[in-house]
Design a binder for this molecule. Structure first.
Ligand code: ADP
Ligand code: MG
Length: 321
């Protein structure tokens, strides 16, 4: 039985029990009140089926990832995620989509203390636009522009998993534990929100790895006016990825140019490196030093194993995977 727009909203999206906002879903606009002394961090991402995830992605995974990628942006900023709005274009009212989609989305929101405070629901090709709003003290924001010569370059977790997961998804694999793990890294990335908060006042710059390590580190370098020297043997790799792609020569392109891992890449001054070991312990999350920030020279290049990689170099890597 077709549901009206209002019952869709009530049934699937107006489900959070104790609204913390002044006014949430149901009026012409939501009213939110940032904590005194903090500023708002606002980000939005649109996911189009077939473009940002393969057609066969489950509604539950789509719901999860729509919010996860936005939480990742909050993490990369050092912001505490608080509110979200959801604009949903659906070809038809499809409960078999809406139930698992909203279940995982709302569950992830609750897990992070995020309240869905509004949105829009229209008919059209499946498109999900999720906006997230977080808060932070302005002076503690983790911008891309703060990396300084001599800073250590770190990444959280491992990279290359989601890129290999995508190959498995497209090939219809996912049976073995390793394959399932890598697919999970693609479909259910863990946004590193706690890490982002712990890096406030410690990291000089940060970005989340959505387009690939080289490309995203490249944004930090450009905005900070510096270069980087990194070493492939230091770049952390999961056992599952190593098993799936044993040859480093074949694995490296996935690790440096594969996107969608949503790990954080960040810089810290040498004096902060010790503190990071503690944070890694508390969060049970590996934080690995992969290199050092150096003078810009002519361009904001990455020196990988002593070889200069320009922007073309990144694209070249991309072409190989
Ligand atoms: P308006 O006519 O003002 O655009 P709508 O009828 O589109 O209002 O929406 C009614 C209420 O439901 C609003 O508070 C809106 O923010 C909320 N809403 C609509 N769609 C969604 C959705 N997909 N998720 C969450 N809230 C939604
Ligand atoms: Mg509307």
């Amino acid at each position: 039985m077709p549901l009206s727009e209002f019952s869709i909203i009530d049934r699937f999206f107006r489900r959070q029990s104790t609204p913390k906002t002044l006014l949430s879903i149901g009026d012409d606009a939501a009213l939110i009140e940032p904590p005194v002394g903090e500023v708002l961090a606002i980000s939005v991402d649109t996911l189009v089926v077939g473009r940002h995830f393969p057609e066969q992605t489950t509604p539950a995974d789509i719901g999860y990832k729509s919010l996860a990628v936005n939480l990742s942006d909050m993490a990369a900023m050092g912001a505490e995620p608080r509110w979200a709005t959801l604009s949903l274009a659906l070809p038809e009212v499809d409960e078999a989509f809406l139930q698992p989609f909203s279940d995982t989305l709302i569950a992830l929101a609750e897990q992070h203390g995020v309240e869905l405070v509004g949105g829009d629901t229209v008919r059209g090709p499946l498109t999900i636009t999720l906006q997230i709003i977080g808060t932070l003290p302005a002076e503690r924001a983790l911008k891309r522009s703060g990396a300084r010569v001599g800073d250590a370059i770190f990444i959280s977790g491992t990279v290359g998993d989601a890129a290999q997961g995508l190959s498995f998804a497209l090939a219809g694999h996912g049976q073995t534990d390793d394959e399932a793990y890598l697919l999970g890294r693609l479909n259910r990335p863990t946004p590193r929100v706690e890490l982002g908060l712990a890096l406030r006042g410690l990291a000089t710059s940060a970005i989340d790895i959505s387009d690939g390590l080289l490309a995203d580190l490249g944004h930090i370098l450009k905005q900070s006016g510096v270069s980087a020297e990194i070493f492939s043997e230091l770049i952390p790799c999961s056992d599952a990825l190593r098993a799936a792609v044993p040859e480093l020569r074949e694995r490296l392109p996935l690790m440096v140019a594969g996107g969608d891992d949503y790990e954080l890449c960040f810089t810290v001054p040498e004096s902060g490196v010790e503190e990071l070991a503690k944070i890694a312990g508390v969060l049970s999350l590996p934080l690995t030093r992969i290199g050092t920030i150096c003078e810009a020279g002519d361009s904001h290049s990455v020196l990988l194993d002593g070889k200069v990689l320009s922007q073309q170099g990144f694209d070249h890597f991309k072409g190989e995977d």
